[in-house]
Design a protein around this ligand. Structure first.
Ligand SMILES: Cc1cc2nc3c(=O)[nH]c(=O)nc-3n(C[C@H](O)[C@H](O)[C@H](O)COP(=O)(O)OP(=O)(O)OC[C@H]3O[C@@H](n4cnc5c(N)ncnc54)[C@H](O)[C@@H]3O)c2cc1C
Length: 451
């Protein structure tokens, strides 16, 4: 069998693999990336990009209702879901082509097919036709990502969908039961309800978005309810049955039995890392239920084999995978200048309004025994938010010993506002540094005038 030799081979071309490959190649390494499905991974094809394309459509639709207040009259407004799906597909294609172009421009070799680690430093590439080739590499990065996780007794079907199969639907249903009120569940709920679908959320815990600030979660619940979404918290799905045109669900909420019916059930019950157990065992690579185990350098217990992104478990977000990818590449082939800190990974929930956070919530900080000081700013007190009818919302900034350790924002464009706060938290900024910050006026960013 012929063998090719590389400095670095990456398995999986999602955001993590893409970022690592490009960075290492730009540092002068000979790099190959193997992808068995689609260039851009979950983020481009089944995650960030298609969901945000649909949320952009539903947001514009909702914005039309504000136009009258701005003195603009429109004719009759109608929805064309086929055109929205076209927008979704176009954005996915644009993103996927962008991934391929930037990899090629950096000099990365793109290999289509499945990658299997045979031994440390040795992989087998299996082409879509089933041909195999041996590949040799000084270093290997596993960036195989994650897939939807369903409760043990639930099987996906025509009417029991995961986020993957839901995004492939071409028509807008009339009603959907969403199981799980965390990030993915509430994002789907938002765009569906905005487009007129009857949405019911069934959440096991006593609140939606349980990892976020309690007050922000309560605020979002109110907003989603106002959109017409029915939210059942502390509700456990007991049975789910598919009948010819619908699904029937029985859930227990405290002592009450809820009997629900909808066109589809959408399972947003978490994600699991893609682990090829035989391969990991054969190479002696350590893993647990949450994913491949890595040290502070993202290296597995096997020298020269690294893992990044969703496959390592933890907070499954694209920008976390990207930063980990660049971090590893810079450590092996660059000047070690890229840093990665789990505490500085921001998260955004693209509901309308958005919920964005970096660092700790007030409660998390107090639970860690930190002495906490919280500053709060309101959207209602910001003239740009008022002028542009951005609605309500607030910012909560958490300081400890004068250092900014966390910010939560709920409100329009929180996804954009959190970026500067991420910079502040990542750099351990304190009141002294923040006092130098001059924010242009009038802007929504003035909401972040914390001091
Ligand atoms: C509905 C939804 C919405 C989301 N929205 C956001 C968002 O708005 N913002 C955000 O930050 N994150 C979001 N995410 C999460 C984000 O998509 C993931 O965190 C991110 O894609 C993880 O990147 P990754 O590189 O680790 O893996 P992935 O993107 O999962 O890519 C892994 C790739 O590896 C390939 N692969 C696997 N095994 C092999 C093999 N043996 N050989 C070759 N190739 C292989 C797969 O085909 C895949 O292309 C969302 C996820 C979902 C499901």
């Amino acid at each position: 069998m012929m063998s090719e030799t590389y400095n670095l081979i990456i398995i999986g071309a999602g955001p993590g693999g893409h970022a690592a490959a490009e960075y290492a190649a730009r540092c002068g390494a000979r790099v190959a990336i193997i992808e068995k499905d689609q260039w851009g991974g979950t983020c481009t094809h089944r995650g960030c990009v298609p969901t945000k394309a649909l949320l952009a459509c539903s947001k514009q639709y909702m914005n039309i209702k504000k136009l009258k207040r701005f003195g603009i009259s429109t004719g009759e407004v109608s929805l064309d879901y086929t055109a929205m799906k076209r927008h979704q597909r176009q954005m996915v294609t644009t993103s996927s082509l962008g991934v391929q172009k930037s990899l090629k421009d950096a000099g990365v070799e793109l290999i289509y097919g499945e990658g299997k680690i045979a031994n440390p430093g040795e992989l087998i590439w299996i082409s879509p036709q089933g041909d195999t080739q041996r590949l040799i590499a000084d270093n290997i990065i596993i960036a195989c990502g994650s897939e939807p996780l369903l409760p043990p007794h639930i099987k996906p079907s025509q009417r029991v969908l995961t986020s993957d199969s839901f995004l492939a639907l071409e028509t807008l249903p009339e009603s959907v039961i969403i199981v799980g009120g965390s990030i993915i569940g509430v994002e789907f709920a938002t765009f569906l309800a905005e487009l007129g679908v009857k949405v019911t959320i069934v959440e096991l815990l006593d609140r939606i978005i349980p990892n976020e600030d309690e007050e922000a979660a309560g605020f979002l619940r109110q907003e989603l309810t106002r959109l017409g979404i029915t939210i059942h918290t502390s509700a456990r799905m007991e049975t789910l049955q598919e009948i010819p045109d619908a699904v029937l669900m029985k859930a227990i909420q405290n002592t009450q039995v809820l009997e629900l019916k909808a066109d589809y059930a959408l399972m947003c019950t978490g994600r699991k890392p893609v682990l090829i157990i035989d391969e990991l065992n054969q190479c002696g690579i350590g893993y647990g239920q949450k994913g491949i185990i890595v040290n502070e350098n993202q290296m597995t217990n096997v020298e020269g084999i690294y893992a990044i992104g969703d496959v390592t478990g933890g907070v499954m977000l694209a920008h976390r995978a990207i930063q980990q990818g660049k971090y590893v590449a810079s450590k092996i082939y660059g000047d070690h200048s890229i840093k990665y800190s789990e505490e500085a990974v921001p998260s955004v929930i693209y509901t309308h309004p958005n919920v964005a956070r970096v660092g700790l919530t007030e409660k998390q900080a107090s639970e860690q025994g930190l002495k906490v000081e919280t500053r709060r700013m309101e959207y209602a007190a910001n003239i740009m938010a008022r002028t542009e009818l951005k609605g309500n919302g607030f910012v909560k900034a958490v300081f400890s010993e004068d250092r900014l350790i966390g910010v939560t924002i709920i409100g329009d464009d929180a996804s954009e506002l959190i970026a500067s706060m991420s910079l502040a938290v990542a750099n351990g900024m304190g009141k002294k540094e923040l006092k130098k910050w001059i924010i242009p006026h009038p802007t929504l960013s003035e909401i972040l005038q914390l001091l």
